[in-house]
Design a protein around this ligand. Sequence first.
Ligand SMILES: [Fe+2]
Length: 208
Amino acid sequence: MTTTSGAGHEVAAAREAAVAETMDDIRAIEGELGVTREAVAAIRDRLLRLAARRELFPLADFPGPGPDEDRRSFLYRLAQDDDDRFALYAQRSTGAVKTPAHNHTTWAVVVGFDGQELNRFYERSDDGGVAETHQHLVEAGTGVAMLPDDLHSIHIEAPALNFHCYGLALERLDERVYFDARSHEWRVFNSVSGIREARLGRSEAQFC
Ligand SMILES: [Fe+2]
């Protein structure tokens, strides 16, 4: 946990304001355009503008797991509406992190900030599995945007901080599925452990 000085608190307050403004815009984008390719592209572009404000996200405010922990990434919750819609997380990883191909059952956007996160995209194949269609290396200044049924996997090799934004909070996504290549089966993907509260004034807030 990080305890910040007065200057650190100013950064945290400015960050909270910028995040709130961003989420207001994202709500408006979805309201105007619905859940469409155009909307998620606009949401990605809006989040890229937030991520460009580098002074608001000092890496020291988002420490990753230490060497003694059995996980290699934390999700810091930066925003979430009272009804659990419009959730924004900063994912900080300290080592290799990867997922199998999965959907989200809500729209999802990933934008880069520090380090690299390879995103592989898939379509469902005729044999009931997945076939890769393309890749995108997410790093500072770039991002990817997905509709609820789109399939991707993420692959991180070295320490990174990226932003992940969803139309509904991760703990509510209890019907996401992933493809288990070993058993050639689709399984429910409901692991949401490791979320840390990063909003000011919340129970686990770390920045005041
Ligand atoms: Fe995902």
